[in-house]
Structures are given as C-alpha cells and as structure tokens.
Write a protein that binds this ligand. Structure first.
Ligand SMILES: Nc1ncnc2c1ncn2[C@@H]1O[C@H](COP(=O)(O)OP(=O)(O)OP(=O)(O)O)[C@@H](O)[C@H]1O
Length: 608
C-alpha cells in the first residue's frame, strides 16, 4: 500500500485533480444507477402492473431530495399514460433513460480525461526524478549497477507501472464510488434483498485477495529476468564484433534463450494465478445472483410480500451491475501487484544515496591558485586497496604523467581529483583546502577531462564541443576546434559544425572523435586537465594531429596525464611510475632512465 501511495504521490499536485474527479465520478455513478432504477416503470408499463399507490395527480412543489424527483417523474408518467396512452408513456421513460445514459457517458468521459492527465503527470515526474537521481549519483553507482539493468528499470518497469498502476487507477478510484451508488440504489429498491447480498460478497473478496497476495513475488522475479534480458541485448548490440570474431554467437544465444525461457515460465506461472481471479469472481457472482433469485423469488411467490416482479427484475439488473465494478477491482488488485513490484525496483534507484556528498557549508572554489596535493591518500573500491599512501604535489601550471602497468591505479588516482570517488584515508587538497570542502560544481568547473574512449553524444559537432554550455559563442567553438586540429575536417563534412556525429560519434573516425573531445576540453578552458591518453589506436598521421592537439591543450595548464605511450610524455615536469597502487619511482625522464628501474624497463619494452 505504501508503494502504491508513493507512486501516486508523483502525480502531484493532486489537489488540481482530486476534487473535480470526485465530483464527476459522483455524477457518473448517480446517472448510471438512475438509468437502471428507471427499469421499474418501464417493466411496470410493459407488464401492465402500474400501481395505483404511485399515482401523483398534482405536480409536486420543488424541494431538494429524491422524493421530489420521484414524484415529479411519476406525475409526468401518469400524465402521459392518462393523456396519450401507454406507448407515449414508454417513449417518455425511454427519453429520460436516454438523457441519463448521455449524462453518465459525459461524466465518465470527463473523469477519464482527468485521470489520464494525472497519469501523464505521474509519468513525467517519475521519469524526471529517476533521471535527476541517476545524474546526481556517484560514478561508482553506474559502474557497479549494470547499465542494462538501469535501462530496464527506466523502460520496462516504468512501462509496467503504466500498464498496471495507471490503468488500474480508474478502477481503484471510481469503482468504489460506483459500488456505493449501486448499493444506495439497491437499498432504495429492497433493504432485505440487499442485506442478504452483502452477507455473501466478502467471501469472494477474500478469495481474490489471497490470490493477489502471492502475485507480487512472481512479478518481481519476472521483472528481474526481463532486466537481465535487456542487459544481454545491450551487450550483444555493443559487442557484436567481438561476439562474431570469437564465434560466440551460439554461446550468447544460449544465454539469451535460458533467460527468455525462464521469463516465459515465470509469465505462465503469473498468468495461471492472475487469470484465476476473473473466473472465480464470475462464478461467485453468478452463485450470489442465483441465491438472490431463490430468496427473492420465494418472497414474490408468497403473495403477501411487498416485492413485485418488476421491482425484483430491476433489483437483479442493478445487482448484476455491482458485480462489474467488484470484478474490475479484483482484477486490478492482481494487476497492481506487478506495478508494485516494478515501483519497488524504481524506488531502489530513487532511494540510493550518493556516496559523494557535498557539505552543507561547502565553499566555492573561485580561482585555482596554487596546487593540487595528495597527502597519504589511500583508496579502494572494496576491501582491497587500489591506491596506497600516495604523496604528490602538483603546483599550478605543472604537468605530471602517470605511467605503470595496467591495473596499477593510474585512472583511479586521476578520478579522485574531480571527486568521482572519495579518498578512504589521507587528504586530497586544492589550494590547501580539502576538496570535500568545495562545492562539487565549483570544483569540477576548473577541470577538463579527455578520456581514452572519446565520449561523444548523438548531437551536432558544435554541441559536442560546446557541451553543457548554454548560448555558446560560435567563434569560441571554432577557435577551440582549430587548436584541436579539428576545424579542417569539420569544415569538410556535409553540414560543417552542424553535422550530426551519430550515436557515440559513429559517423567519425577514431582520430576525429578524439580531436572533437580535445576541442571540447579546449573550449572549456579548464585550469586543471586530466588526460587519459590514447593515441595507440590511431595511424601515424592521425596520431600526430591528436598529439599536437594535446600538446597545445596542455600548454600553461596543470595537467595529469595518464600515459600509455611513453614517448609522448618525456617533456612533462614529473613522471610518476605506479606499481600496484604505489608510486615506486618519480622524476624527470632522464633521471628515471639513469635510475635504471621500472621506468627504464617500461621504455625498453615499448621500444621492442
Ligand atoms: N569500479 C571499480 N570497481 C572495482 N574495482 C575497480 C573499479 N575500477 C577499477 N578497479 C580496480 O582497481 C585497480 C586499478 O584500476 P585502474 O583503472 O585505476 O588502473 P589503471 O592503472 O588505470 O589501468 P589501465 O592502464 O589498464 O587503465 C584494478 O585492479 C581494477 O581492477
């Protein structure tokens, strides 16, 4: 129930919808019941059993209450019978029924529109909340949580909420009002019969509730399986080259089939239980009606009863209508379980706290003046330490290069500077103040990052360079592209700076992608540059262009370069040689060569 209310709370502001919806529903229910109660006079006319005690000779005085309307109706009915005959009276009653049906339809439409608007708002707010959350969470969350699983929650689970919770809202909110209205009508027709019917109704309700209860667990299992299927599809699409090259299609197809078969089984199990609800309520409904027919029939056959045939038939007609909303509710209760399970998976994301928290009294880093300093910094993603006791000072304007074997902790060290992760112990300070004391935005404002796999967004070249900046100056964008040796090839594309780069930059070559991401960093003009160098995948001409662009980018900036090709970093102010999370050697290129240690070995290995 809590989850349901929490999902609903996303349809804010409820006060815009609730009162109108409530009023329309009441009108809808009133006219729905009214058109059925009108069956009594219709039947009485047809069966020739119009009772004299109902005759109203004088047009009644207006007063608020059902009595007035009943008398007014009877007055006109008998007026028509007396003046124009029974068929005219029948036309009169049918006309009133027609108007009642029309009004019921109108109010139903109005209330449905309100509910759909509410549903659309709910979707909007829920989507925005998840997306904002994902944007505000720490990097580790995205790396740890599988991307496909997150996508599945945003797509499949949101869809599930739509098809179960939202579509059930009509039922949950309007049908109870309908049931109350029907019961008022039923009591109005016959108190005894209604009381008897009420006694048996909870029985079927209880049976349905017990079915619904078990559904949620199965629903959750099936959504998790659907999530895993999305992960496999995502991986297959991105990794198709590798799958084909390694002849792994069979392996991946088997893996996929295993999960889809499991999903099929879960869905069949779910359907078995869910589909039980309808027949049970159908069966119980007919059983109850039969009971009423026997009980009411007995009353009528006993001639002393105040109940007449026409009233009894109307009662049955009205009662059979109560069963429809009751059945709808029971069906929705089972449906809702799927939505609740989906809601819980979505709330898991919404409730995740970011590991990277900003202090309430955080200050803004307005200008970077002096240095970045690591003081005995240690860090690990889990128990195992990936960085151990790092001591490092990078004065403003200087550049350091991190070299070392794969997995030695180079990227991790660089990731600590923009606070993608927090240190485990020790202190990382900028201008003497721990970076945790600065606001995240002001801290990252000073940083530019060029990653190894240039990340481009499916947008124009222009927007990729001016990424995240509102109303950028086109001249600045062009200047950045020129510095990054990208202007020439951009000008040669069909639409120049307005050319789309394709998904992940797929319409560009590797070197072009890198130069665009370098242009992005140039455009941002950051004080601190973090460079995950990757020129190894490029041909020599492209590599020269990229390297030249990188060198221009690094000029006069404080840079941390993760170097894969040692030939490119010989000019930096300090080279740090990392090994299993520790800085084992440090100094300038020549010093390290003379030292004849790890660095020299690395150089020798690369020149082989
Ligand atoms: N998100 C993560 N969760 C858990 N462990 C991680 C994570 N990222 C990296 N590691 C581990 O931390 C260690 C250091 O990784 P890191 O990426 O910093 O090394 P690197 O020197 O940059 O390597 P490479 O040159 O291959 O990029 C590795 O053992 C790696 O397995």
């Amino acid at each position: 129930m809590n989850t349901y209310l929490r999902i609903l709370s996303f349809a804010r502001p409820l006060r815009n919808f609730a009162p109108k919806y409530f009023i329309y529903s009441i009108f809808y229910s009133f006219f729905s019941v009214f058109r059925l109660v009108l069956l009594i006079p219709v039947l009485n006319i047809l069966f020739n059993t119009v009772q004299n005690n109902n005759i109203v000779k004088e047009k009644p005085e207006f007063e608020i209450g059902t009595r007035y309307f009943e008398d007014l109706f009877n007055f006109y009915l008998h007026h028509y019978i007396d003046t124009y005959g029974k068929f005219s009276a029948l036309i009169f009653v049918c006309a009133v029924v027609f108007i009642a049906v029309l009004m019921a339809s109108l109010f139903r439409y109005l209330s449905d529109v309100i509910l759909q608007t509410l549903a659309a708002n709910l979707y909007l707010n829920l989507r925005a909340t998840i997306f904002n959350k994902i944007n505000s969470l720490h990097i580790g969350f995205i790396k740890n949580g599988q991307k496909g699983d997150l996508m599945s929650r945003m797509n499949n689970d949101l869809g599930e909420i739509g098809s179960s919770i939202i579509s059930s809202m009509t039922v949950i909110f309007r049908e109870p009002i309908m049931i109350v209205a029907y019961f008022i009508g039923l009591f109005y027709i016959s108190t005894n019969l209604t009381l008897m019917a009420i006694l048996v109704l909870p029985l079927s309700g209880g049976m349905i509730a017990s079915i619904a209860k078990r559904l949620k667990k199965q629903a959750k299992d099936s959504q998790e399986t659907a999530g895993r299927i999305t992960v496999i599809m995502d991986e297959t699409l991105t990794g198709m080259r590798v799958i084909k090259a390694f002849n792994a299609n069979k392996y991946i197809i088997n893996k996929f089939n295993k999960e889809t078969t499991r999903l099929r089984d879960l869905m069949v199990g779910l359907a078995r239980r869910k589909e039980l609800a309808s027949p049970i309520s159908e069966f119980m409904g007919v059983a109850i009606i039969l009971g009423i027919v026997l009980y009411g029939g007995n009353l009528i056959l006993d001639n002393n009863s105040p109940l007449d045939g026409a009233t009894f038939i109307s009662f049955i007609a009205l009662f059979s209508q109560v069963l429809t909303p009751a059945k709808n509710i029971s069906k929705s209760l089972t449906n809702i379980q799927r939505g609740l399970a989906a809601g819980e998976r979505i709330f898991e994301i919404i409730d995740t706290e970011s590991d990277i928290k900003e202090k309430s009294n955080a200050v803004s880093l307005n200008n970077f003046e002096e240095s970045i300093e690591f003081k005995k910094v240690s860090f690990g993603y889990n128990e195992e330490l990936v960085l151990k006791n790092i001591d490092l000072k990078i004065p403003k304007g200087k550049s350091v290069a991190l070299v070392g074997a794969s997995g030695s902790g180079k990227s991790t060290l660089a990731d600590l500077v923009p606070r993608f992760y927090d240190t485990l112990s020790g202190e990382l300070a900028i201008d003497g103040l721990p970076i945790n004391d600065y606001t995240l935005e002001s801290l990252r404002k000073h940083m530019g990052i060029v990653t190894q796999d240039s990340i481009l967004f499916n947008d124009t070249i222009f927007n990729n360079i001016a990424f995240g900046v509102e109303n950028p100056n086109p001249e600045d964008v062009k200047r950045a592209a020129k510095i990054a040796n990208a202007h020439e090839f951009i000008s040669e594309t069909e639409n120049g700076y307005d050319s789309m780069v394709g998904e992940g930059g797929s319409k560009l070559s590797g070197g072009q992608r890198q130069r665009i991401s370098i242009a992005r960093a140039v455009f941002k003009n950051p004080d601190i540059l973090i460079l995950d160098e990757a020129t190894s995948a490029l041909d020599s001409k492209s590599e020269k262009l990229v390297q030249d662009a990188l060198n221009k980018l690094m000029q006069n900036r404080t840079s941390i370069v993760i170097a894969h090709r040692l030939s490119t970093i010989q000019h930096v102010d300090e080279i740090l040689v990392m090994d299993r999370g520790e800085i084992k050697e440090r100094g300038k290129h020549e010093e390290l060569i003379q030292k004849d240690g790890i660095y020299k070995k690395l150089i020798e290995m690369q020149s082989l």
